[in-house]
Unconditional design. Structure first.
Length: 136
């Protein structure tokens, strides 16, 4: 399973993209700073970003397919993958540009704006982050 491909993005990737877009809309110069306390952080993976006292593998990233028919399919849970990893995945998918990882400065790309617009439209009709896909 290739978890950093946009087709596998689930609730955690899409909610992070929505947060990034929201922060950027209100940011001067269209470059936003992500507050560390808004990020799920595995301190073992990202000690410089950690604000949490510990990490629970159940807090890992949930991919497309994790929430299925009201059940949780743990085959689609990445136990050590946190929001900082999701941020890197969003950049790999060319949805955002990380200006400074250490300082958590980010900006949207044209593709990111297009996908965020689709996500916003999906959410405005009652859709949930876990069910969103770029084909929604």
């Amino acid at each position: 399973m290739e978890f950093n491909k946009i087709e596998s993005f689930g609730k955690d990737h899409w909610s992070l993209l929505a947060l990034v877009e929201n922060l950027i809309v209100d940011a001067p110069n269209n470059i936003a700073n992500i507050p560390r306390n808004r990020m799920r952080c595995n301190g073992d993976s990202h000690p410089n970003h950690s604000h949490m006292s510990s990490w629970n593998p159940n807090w890992g990233t949930r991919l497309q397919g994790y929430f299925t028919d009201g059940e949780k399919n743990k085959d689609f849970l990445l136990p050590i993958h946190d929001d900082w990893d999701c941020l890197l995945d969003l950049q790999e998918a060319e949805l955002i540009e990380i200006v400074s990882f250490n300082n958590a400065f980010i900006e949207m790309t044209k593709k990111g704006n297009e996908i965020a617009s689709q996500l916003r439209a999906f959410k405005s009709t009652g859709g949930q982050f876990a069910q969103f896909s770029i084909d929604s």
